[in-house]
Design a protein around this ligand. Structure first.
Ligand code: PLP
Length: 450
């Protein structure tokens, strides 16, 4: 109706006048005013509903507006809305206990932050101080956040605008069988050669100068790259051999996304530090953190840790994490994510690939899937070039528009669309979303030349 339309226009106009948006050319965007959300859907002021196949920024794992999670936040707000990090607080203590209990090995202490970038920033600082070394190895196909250290560790083009930032970061190639940097012809070969490359990189950098290897156990935004079976164990062994700390960035992969509490659980690998954010409380409040091994934590038993944040362990954010983890357990959300992957999303996406020549590969697990779009299955030529934008990204822009026109909010990155709905999505909604995706893929097929 008219009131809703004028309300929506007013919000959009104020947004364009005063809000400065992330990663954008400010004059070229027109953000959609969102009126509300529930479960796997959100809607605008005209009542147009979208099935959220991106979980916003792959973080609303529990779905929108979970009533129990909302209630827990309201209850904590009424009881104690804030308290400084230097005090002990029940919500914070319980959140840390629950997270430590979920974490593998002797990772028993949690340093809370406001999000993923700050978590990685502090993990790097801890690893450097613990080892007394300065270098950090990070993957080219990675995103770790946009603060100085995290954006330097990031391998994808988002790093370019911040260079030079911190010193001592070296990038390496992780495994990616579909576009193998090692020209491997099997998963085993990809694994062996990726590990040999990592070892070579350490040789020429001087392993004794390297504090940490930071990696996404399943690479997220840069392609949902599920590692070969033995890769993470291989990296763990290399780290052990050279006294290097292994940092698992579980910001996107953790808390249900992979059908596990932590992605590393799938391969039984214990990192020295785990960073998390996003799914820990599905972004109902800003929260992230570092889970710290006993050994690294003990470095700071009698030496002060040189880092902190006004909102570290914020009681509202921590209360939402406690509630969220308990809801995950009660509603078996991690298990649901796993079976959605094996029984629903995976098989349906493989059928989609059978119908569309432009789908070069389907890969993923849990509620963490990618379709890689190509113009030729033989050459694997990407539908749009690496880091495409504007005219060169037109095919993906049109695909996105066709999804939205059908009521699906897709996640799109370069020549890929990622299927990353909430871990709580019903099988029926997942099926409907994939149907809309399937219909929109005619756009990609139009560009097929193979
Ligand atoms: N690490 C990974 C793997 C991510 O996907 C992200 C965000 O997308 C981050 C770190 C940064 O998290 P934040 O945006 O909360 O700083």
């Amino acid at each position: 109706d008219e009131t809703a339309t004028s309300q929506s226009e007013h919000i959009a106009q104020l947004d364009r006048s005063h809000v400065f948006h992330s990663w954008s050319a400010q004059a070229q965007i027109s953000p959609l005013p969102v009126a509300g959300a529930e479960g796997s859907y959100f809607w605008d002021y005209s009542g147009r509903r979208y099935l959220d196949f991106s979980s916003q920024l792959v973080n609303v794992n529990i779905g929108h507006q979970h009533p129990k999670l909302i209630a827990a936040i309201q209850e904590q707000a009424a009881r104690l809305a804030t308290i400084a990090p230097s005090f002990a607080n029940d919500a914070r203590s319980e959140a840390a206990r629950l997270i430590a209990e979920l974490a593998p090995g002797d990772l028993n202490k949690v340093f809370f932050t406001n999000g993923g970038a700050e978590a990685n920033e502090n993990a790097l600082r801890m690893a450097r101080l613990h080892t007394g070394r300065h270098k950090v190895l990070a993957a080219y196909r990675s995103y770790h956040g946009s603060t100085a250290g995290a954006i330097t560790a990031t391998g994808d083009p988002r790093r370019w605008g911040s260079e030079p930032a911190i010193s001592g970061v070296v990038h390496y190639w992780g495994p990616y069988q579909y576009r193998s940097p090692f020209h491997a012809e099997s998963e085993e070969q990809e694994c062996e050669r990726a590990l040999a490359h990592l070892r070579d990189t350490l040789m020429v950098e001087g392993a004794h100068t390297v504090a940490a290897i930071i990696l996404e156990p399943v690479v997220g935004t840069n392609g949902i790259l599920v590692p070969p079976e033995n890769y993470l164990a291989g990296v763990r062994a290399i780290c052990d051999e050279f006294g290097i700390m292994l940092i698992a960035d579980e910001v996107m992969a953790g808390f249900g996304r992979c059908g596990e509490w932590f992605a590393v659980d799938r391969w039984n690998v214990t990192p020295d530090l785990i960073t998390f954010a996003k799914g820990v409380n599905s972004g109902y409040l800003p929260l992230g953190g570092v889970i710290i091994s006993a050994k690294i934590a003990s470095t700071f038993d009698n030496v002060p840790y040189p880092g902190g944040l006004t909102y570290s362990g914020h009681p509202l954010a921590c209360a939402s994490a406690v509630a969220s983890i308990n809801i995950f357990k009660e509603e078996k959300i991690v298990e649901n994510a796993r079976t959605l992957g094996t029984d629903v999303i995976g098989p349906l996406l493989k059928q989609v690939a059978d119908r569309h020549p432009s789908v070069g590969e389907v890969r993923g697990l849990g509620v963490f899937w990618a379709l890689e779009l190509v113009t030729d299955r033989e050459t694997r030529q990407p539908l749009v070039p690496f880091n495409a934008s504007g005219e060169s990204a037109a095919a993906m822009t049109k695909f996105t528009a066709e999804c939205k026109r059908r009521g699906l909010w897709p996640f799109v990155h370069f020549n890929r669309t990622h299927v990353v709905p909430p871990c709580t999505i019903t099988a029926e909604d997942a099926r409907q979303g994939i149907e809309m995706l399937d219909e929109a893929l005619f756009v990609a097929d139009e560009h097929y030349t193979g």
